[in-house]
Design a protein around this ligand. Structure first.
Ligand code: CAP
Ligand code: MG
Length: 469
């Protein structure tokens, strides 16, 4: 098979340790080999026809190679493509994405194209500095390096509309109730009803007040997401007022500004809480880029905390897939084809990032969320705290009680007998032990059934993988 006069399939090819390896799900009008060649050509050196201008260096050293195809039908399957390191302007994520995640999504002959995962070689990782502090740095700041317990965070709700004073008062209640961390919502920045500076000053005063009243160091992540120069101004303002953390809507900011602003946050010693609002627009359906690819870029560029889903709440992401995202932020992982996920090793200098589980969480879901994430997680509840019948402070207390019960292995209903704040939360939101039991069973079975799951994924392709994502 050829595409544009050349054949990009080389099934004897063994990717080198410096190659990037991309895994795609493809469906199209032509035979699967031809589709795979078209993708390799259009994402590396070729085009639709033979070129008089092609030369030995380009063809031998820069082309992508299709080295594995798991055919599901005559015109669909999983495709593994190796990209040589020297193809890329490796300091430049924009160029990388324009190559491997660019034109191919617009090719008329395709009916589906999902970039499931990309494996980044260590040689590529060397040029990134990774997180300022990551899990270890944040734990040190809050003082949980010994207990290594989950952190509790909240998002002040309503999402927007409170005045700076009202916002700070809600945050104070959340901290007193036991929250380690408060953030702005993803759509709160500098609206007239709650100016960024005023909110930041009011919140920094609350942090000092909590410190003096309780001795606890707690964190606040103000959302600085905006035009680049404005974000820079806000960084300097926050730094000069002894802030320790900022929040970025990383997906909306885009990689160019993000790479730069993260250099600036690190220069100023500011931790970064990364919100991913919008990623799902390109991660669900027949054409898309899986969030795991962004997650790896965000870790390389150096966010300290990153939303990865809960596996049990209101946002997309199965327990297995969310656990996978949590693991990839923290450790090396083996291949998991049933999740469309490649093996990934990390350079020692790219610190682990704190996974954030947020979205529809209330005390009844803490058991399932912690079964998925384990203790290295920032468990975040917005409505699940500010919607508590007893108000914000009691809502935070109920969440702390749920976390304490789960890490002490005490059934929530048992714990609620002596903890009224938790009891009223379980009554309001309806505790179903079945949810956590189902999640735990799914997680346990994954390890045992790995070979069966892999075979099914190779045979059935994306529709099988989707069952577990
Ligand atoms: C959660 C949240 C989070 C999303 C993010 C919201 O509020 O603040 O932004 O959950 O989703 O605005 O919905 P609740 P993800 O706790 O009240 O649901 O972490 O999946 O990116
Ligand atoms: Mg939000």
């Amino acid at each position: 098979m050829v595409y544009g006069g050349y054949s990009y399939i080389d099934k004897r090819y063994e990717p080198t340790q410096d190659d990037f390896v991309a895994l795609f799900w493809v469906e199209g009008k032509n035979r699967i080999e031809k589709i795979a060649e078209a993708i390799a050509a259009e994402s590396s050196v070729g085009t639709w026809t033979k070129l008089k201008t092609m030369n030995e260096f380009v063809w031998q050293r820069l082309r992508a190679r299709v080295f594995r195809i798991a055919e599901v039908s005559a015109n669909s399957g999983l495709v593994w493509i190796a990209y040589p390191f020297e193809h890329f302007d490796t300091k430049n994520i924009i160029q990388f994405k324009a190559s491997v995640l660019g034109n191919i999504f617009g090719m008329k002959e395709l009916n589906a194209l999902v970039a499931l995962d990309i494996q980044f070689p260590k040689r590529y990782q060397e040029q990134f500095s990774g997180p300022l502090g990551g899990i270890e740095g944040i734990r040190k700041r809050i003082g949980t390096e010994k207990t290594a317990r989950p952190h509790l965070g909240t998002i002040v709700k309503p999402k927007v509309g409170l005045t700076p004073k009202e916002f700070a008062a809600v945050a104070y209640e959340a901290y007193v109730g036991g929250c380690d961390f408060v953030k702005d919502d993803e759509n709160l920045v500098d609206q007239d009803f709650c100016k960024f500076w005023e909110r930041a000053i009011a919140m920094l005063e609350v942090l000092d007040r909590i410190k003096s009243e309780t001795g606890r160091t707690v964190l606040y992540a103000p959302n600085i997401s905006d035009r680049y120069e404005v974000m820079l101004e806000r960084l300097d303002f926050l730094k000069s007022n002894n802030a320790s953390m900022v929040m970025l809507d990383v997906f909306q900011i885009g990689y160019s500004a993000l790479a730069n602003i993260l250099n600036e946050t690190k220069k100023r010693g500011l931790f970064v809480h990364a919100h991913r609002a919008g990623y799902a627009a390109e991660a669900r359906g027949k054409f898309g880029i899986n969030f795991v690819i962004h997650e790896k870029f965000y870790r390389l560029l150096g966010v300290d905390q990153l939303h990865v889903g809960t596996g049990v709440g209101k946002m997309e992401g199965s327990p297995l897939y969310v656990r996978r995202l949590n693991r990839i932020l923290r450790e090396d992982v083996e291949e998991a084809i049933h999740l469309g996920s490649l093996a990934q090793n990390w350079s020692a200098h790219i610190k682990p990032v704190f996974p954030v589980a947020s979205g529809g969480i209330d005390p009844t879901l803490v058991e399932g969320a912690l079964a998925i994430h384990g203790p290295d997680v920032v468990l975040q509840a917005g409505g699940g705290i500010h919607g508590h019948p007893g108000g914000t402070r009691v809502g935070a207390i109920a969440m702390v009680q749920a976390i304490d019960a789960v890490i002490s292995n005490i059934p929530l209903r048992e714990y609620a007998k002596t903890h009224p704040e938790l009891k009223s939360a379980l009554e309001l939101w309806g505790y179903r032990p079945r949810t956590a039991n189902m999640v735990k069973k799914l997680l346990e079975q994954e390890e045992k059934r790995k070979a069966v799951l892999k075979r099914a994924a190779l045979k059935q392709g994306f529709k099988e993988i989707l069952k577990y994502m």
